[in-house]
Design a protein around this ligand. Structure first.
Ligand code: ADP
Length: 561
C-alpha cells in the first residue's frame, strides 16, 4: 500500500506539513487560554488587549490551515482511491480466461464497489486522521512539560493505558471486518444471480423463494455488520472512558499543585486545554488504529486483485498459414480429476470446413477452447503451423480466431458498435460481414445500425444477437471461426442460410459444433469429426462415415429415433 502513498510524494509532504502546522496551532491555543485567564486574575487591561490581538491573528490562521488539511487530504485520498480502483480493474483484466472464470464475476464487482468503500472509510480516512492525531499530542506534551513536568508525567502515564488497552481489540475487529467483506461479496453474487435469472424466476414462479433467499442473505449481512459494530462499540467506549479519566486526573493533579502554590490558575487552564489536545486525538487514534489493522484483509484482497498476472502466454507471433495440429492432447478441468479430453490427434487444415459432432458433454466445446488458447494446463501439443501454443502471445493467437457461443454477449451500445467493437475496419469488410451474417436482413427503417441493443441485447431476438456475433467475427477477417451451436437460436432456415454463406467463404476455416444433423448441410463440410467421451471416435467426409456404418452412423440412427 506504501507505493500508493509514495506515488504522490509532493502531495503527501504537503498533507504532512499542513497537519504539522495545524497540530502546532491546535496545541498552542493553550498559551492563549493561559494568558487570558492570568490577565483576568491580575486585572491587567493592557495584557487583556494583547491577548485579543493575538487571538485575532491566531484564529484565521488556524481556520485556513484546517481548510488546507481538508483539501489536501481529500486530493491525496481521491488520487489513491482512483489508482487502487484502476489497478484492481487492470489486474482483473490481465487474468487469462481460466483464472478469470474461477471467480464469480460479481465478486469482482463487489471488490470494486464494497471493498473500495470499506478501504476508503476504514483505512484511508483513518490514516489521514492518524497524521493529525499523532502530531497534535506531541506538541501538546511538549507544552505540558514546559508548563508543569509533574502534570505532564501523569498524563504520559495514563496515555500508555489509553493506547494499549483498545489496541488489544484490533485482531477481533480484523476478523469481523473480514467476515463482513465476505458476506457483502456473497450478497452481491447472490443478487447478481437472481437478477440475471429474472426470466427463469418469473416463469417458474420462484419469486417467493428468491424473496426468502434474499431475506436470509440480508439478515446475514445485518448480523455480520452488527458483530463488527459491537466490537467497535467496545473499543470506542473504552477509549472514551480512558480519555475522560485522563482529563479529570489532570485537573485534579493540577488543582493540587495550585493549592500548594506551585501553579497559576492560567497554567491550569492551559494544562487542561493541552491535555484535551492529547486525550482527544489519542481517543481518535485508539479508534482508528484497530480500524486500520482491521482493514488488512480488505487491503490484501484489493492488492492481490491489483496484481497484474504473469501472462501464461509466450511472446512469439502466431500464424495460421497451413494448419493447426493437435497431438496427444489431454485435458482435465482443475475441479475434476477425470480428463475431459483424451489422446486427441487431429490436424485442422487452413480454409477447410469441419463439423464437430457428438453427445452433449463429450468435450466438443472444451476441445475448441483448448485450440484457441483459453485453457493452458493441457498435456500434449497444439501447434499453430510450426509453433506450439504455449510459445505464442495471447494477442496474436486471439487475432486468428473467433468463437461464437450460444449466449452471445452484447454491449449496451448500438448495433454497429456491437459489430466493430470500436476497432478500425474496412468499409467493404463491414458491409460484407453485415450481408454474410444475415444482419442486413433484419435492418429496416425502424431498426438501423444506430439502433441501441439494450442491456446485453435485450431489444433483440436471440437470432438477431447471433447474427450480430457472426458479423462481429467476419468484420475482423479472422481466418478461423468456431461456431459453438452458434446458430441454434436462429430459425432453421436462417441458420442454414448463415451456415451456407460461411461454408462458401473460401478463406475461412470453419469449425461448427452442431446438433443439427441434416444430411444436405453436413455433406457440405470437408470433414465430420465425431467425438465420444473425450476422444475423436471417427472423422472423415459425411458420406464416407455414413457408408462405414461405424459409431457416427449409429449415433445418427439413434438421434433419428
Ligand atoms: P460439449 O461441448 O461436448 O457439450 P463440454 O466440452 O462443454 O462438452 O464439456 C465436457 C465436460 O467437461 C462435461 O462433463 C462438462 O461438465 C465438463 N466441463 C465443461 N466446462 C467445465 C468447467 N469450466 N469446469 C469443469 N468442468 C467443465
Amino acid at each position: 500500500m506504501k507505493k500508493y502513498f509514495l506515488k504522490h510524494k509532493m502531495l503527501l509532504a504537503a498533507v504532512i506539513l499542513a497537519n504539522l502546522v495545524l497540530a502546532a496551532l491546535s496545541a498552542s491555543a493553550a498559551f492563549i487560554l493561559r494568558d487570558a485567564l492570568n490577565v483576568a486574575l491580575e486585572m491587567n487591561l493592557s495584557g487583556f488587549r494583547n491577548v485579543i490581538v493575538i487571538s485575532a491573528i491566531y484564529l484565521p490562521i488556524f481556520a485556513a490551515s484546517r481548510f488546507l488539511v481538508e483539501v489536501l487530504s481529500a486530493k491525496l485520498g481521491g488520487k489513491i482511491i482512483q489508482k487502487v480502483r484502476h489497478d484492481v480493474f487492470s489486474g482483473i483484466m490481465s487474468r487469462d480466461m481460466t483464472t478469470f472464470g474461477s471467480v464469480n464475476s460479481a465478486d469482482y464487482i463487489s471488490a470494486l464497489s464494497n471493498d473500495i468503500e470499506l478501504f476508503e472509510k476504514n483505512y484511508l480516512s483513518q490514516i489521514f486522521l492518524l497524521i493529525y492525531n499523532v502530531l497534535t499530542p506531541i506538541f501538546a506534551i511538549g507544552i505540558m512539560f514546559y508548563l508543569s513536568p509533574i502534570v505532564a508525567g501523569f498524563v504520559l502515564l495514563s496515555l500508555v493505558l489509553l493506547v494499549v488497552i483498545p489496541s488489544l481489540f484490533g485482531k477481533g475487529l480484523q476478523s469481523k471486518q473480514e467476515k463482513l467483506s465476505g458476506r457483502l461479496s456473497l450478497f452481491t453474487i447472490k443478487n447478481k444471480d437472481i437478477f440475471s435469472g429474472f426470466e427463469v424466476i418469473k416463469s417458474y414462479q420462484m419469486a417467493k423463494q428468491a424473496n426468502k433467499d434474499f431475506a436470509e442473505q440480508n439478515k446475514e449481512v445485518y448480523k455480520a455488520q452488527l458483530s463488527f459494530d459491537y466490537i467497535r462499540g467496545v473499543t470506542v467506549s473504552l477509549s472514551m472512558f480512558l480519555g475522560l479519566l485522563t482529563q479529570i486526573g489532570t485537573i485534579l493533579v493540577a488543582a493540587y499543585l495550585i493549592i500548594q502554590g506551585n501553579l497559576t490558575g492560567g497554567a491550569l487552564l492551559a494544562l487542561v486545554q493541552a491535555s484535551s489536545q492529547i486525550s482527544m486525538p489519542l481517543q481518535m487514534l485508539s479508534e482508528a488504529a484497530p480500524m486500520i489493522s482491521g482493514s488488512k484483509a480488505v487491503v490484501a484482497r484489493l492488492l492481490s486483485l491489483a496484481q497484474v498476472e504473469d501472462s501464461p502466454f509466450g511472446t512469439d507471433t502466431a500464424t495460421f498459414d497451413e494448419a493447426i495440429s493437435i497431438k496427444n492432447l489431454e485435458f482435465a478441468y482443475p475441479e475434476n480429476d477425470a480428463p475431459v479430453l483424451k489422446n486427441i490427434n487431429f490436424t485442422f487444415e487452413k480454409n477447410k470446413k469441419y463439423a464437430l459432432i457428438g453427445k452433449s458433454g463429450c468435450g466438443k466445446t472444451t476441445l475448441t477452447k483448448a485450440m484457441v488458447g483459453y485453457l493452458r494446463d493441457y498435456q500434449g501439443k497444439i501447434v499453430y503451423d510450426t509453433s506450439e501454443l504455449h510459445a505464442l502471445s495471447e494477442d496474436s493467437v486471439g487475432k486468428l480466431s473467433s468463437m461464437i457461443h450460444q449466449n452471445v454477449y452484447m454491449f449496451d451500445e448500438d448495433i454497429a458498435k456491437n459489430i466493430h467493437l470500436d476497432k478500425d475496419y474496412e468499409d467493404a469488410d463491414f458491409r460484407a460481414a453485415i450481408d454474410d451474417s444475415g444482419v442486413a436482413q433484419f435492418l429496416d427503417n425502424e431498426r438501423t445500425l444506430e439502433t441501441q441493443v439494450g442491456e446485453n441485447g435485450s431489444n433483440l431476438s436471440g437470432g438477431q444477437r447471433q447474427r450480430i456475433a457472426v458479423a462481429r467475427a467476419l468484420t475482423r477477417n479472422k481466418p478461423l471461426m468456431i461456431l459453438d451451436e452458434g446458430t441454434s437460436a436462429v430459425d432453421r432456415l436462417t441458420a442454414r442460410d448463415i451456415e451456407t454463406r460461411l461454408l462458401g467463404k473460401e478463406d475461412l476455416t470453419l469449425i461448427t459444433i452442431t446438433h443439427a444433423l441434416d444430411e444436405d448441410m453436413l455433406s457440405q463440410y470437408d470433414e465430420i469429426i465425431y467425438m465420444e467421451d473425450g476422444t475423436i471416435a471417427e472423422h472423415g467426409h459425411y458420406l464416407n462415415l455414413v457408408s462405414q456404418d461405424g459409431s457416427f452412423s449409429k449415433f445418427l440412427a439413434m438421434s433419428a429415433q
